[in-house]
Write a new protein. Structure first.
Length: 327
């Protein structure tokens, strides 16, 4: 006999307080493995669910959505929804929730951490010490790049891009940004609007903060990389496919740009035979820009809030396909 509580498929283990909250309101079908559900399992569990608590690792395309015969809401614990076929969900009348805003500052912190780590060679320095090379202080050992007075180009000047600009202002950096429509810089930030090409040619550091769409896929390719300075550093905390990874490998081999610092890759997790891993001038993190205890907890609670609203027949607090309510 079907429980009176809505059935929700939760695609990964979560903090116990989140599981307790879910159990209070739903009949929870929890995927307990540390690895995401395979496609067949995803389809099987969604076919029985009223709602789904998904992560960016779940590819919820039209075929999967069509199997959700009683599916009423998809709640994605992420800002981006490129893992979900929004058009198919909208066609079926299924609102898709996301978690914007809450991870802005944490992601900006990490983007700036990558900038600092690559500029001041922190990973190189740690490896240098662990390998036993530290014999003395030397005037030419592990020389890095100054941030103060350098030019930072920000491609995508939304909330996260602006938060990165705030941090750069504290380092007295010159800030360029590109955005389709001009906006006033937030208070205390002196940022100048420029074209993408101008940013690539003039910046010492280029940080990417655009969503992944059909227009931004491989937005940074061989031509764009060739415009960068041979001393510049590319930072990507957006989505891996925003950069043409094969073109990036060749560009880094040629020394233009000088380095890259990435939180995301084209395929995640990256294949251990990927050529990118053979290069000494790149830092790669495993998609952890939002990975602070407080932020991940806030994201999870926002995802629960979206589930509660969707399965109560209310409008989602944060909806990635608001047009679903116009149908």
């Amino acid at each position: 006999m079907r429980s009176e509580k809505p059935r929700v498929f939760v695609c990964r283990q979560l903090p116990q307080e989140i599981i307790d909250r879910l159990n209070e309101h739903f009949n929870v079908d929890l995927w307990e493995s540390d690895m995401p559900p395979d496609r067949n399992s995803l389809v099987e569990h969604i076919s029985k669910a009223d709602g789904i608590f998904s992560l960016l690792t779940e590819r919820i395309d039209n075929e999967v959505i069509e199997q959700g015969h009683s599916l009423k809401v998809i709640s994605n614990m992420a800002v981006g929804t490129d893992n979900i076929d929004l058009a198919s969900a909208t066609k079926r009348g299924i609102p898709v929730g996301n978690t914007p805003g809450v991870l802005t500052e944490t992601t900006a912190d990490f983007a700036f951490s990558l900038l600092l780590a690559s500029a001041r060679r922190i990973v190189d320095a740690d490896n240098y010490v662990r390998a036993g090379h530290w014999k003395t202080w030397g005037p030419s050992i592990l020389l890095g790049r100054d941030l103060h007075g350098a030019t930072l180009g920000i491609i995508g000047f939304g909330a996260i891009g602006q938060a990165v600009a705030k941090r750069a202002s504290g380092f007295d950096m010159k800030i360029l940004y590109c955005k389709r429509t001009p906006i006033e810089s937030p208070e205390g930030i002196n940022a100048t609007r420029a074209t993408t090409d101008q940013i690539l040619m003039q910046s010492d550091f280029v940080s990417l903060h655009v969503p992944l769409t059909t227009e931004t896929r491989h937005f940074i390719g061989a031509r764009e990389l060739s415009l960068m300075k041979d001393s510049s550093i590319l930072i990507n905390t957006a989505r891996g496919p925003v950069v043409d990874q094969k073109a990036l490998v060749e560009a880094l081999r040629s020394g233009r740009p000088a380095k890259a610092a990435l939180d995301v890759t084209s395929v995640e997790p990256i294949d251990m035979n990927d050529e990118l891993l053979s290069l000494p001038n790149v830092i790669i993190a495993p998609h952890i820009a939002s990975a602070s205890v407080a932020t991940r907890l806030k994201m999870a609670n926002m995802a629960v809030d979206n589930l509660l609203a969707g399965l109560s027949g209310e409008r989602l607090i944060n909806c990635a396909n608001p047009e679903v309510y116009d149908q």
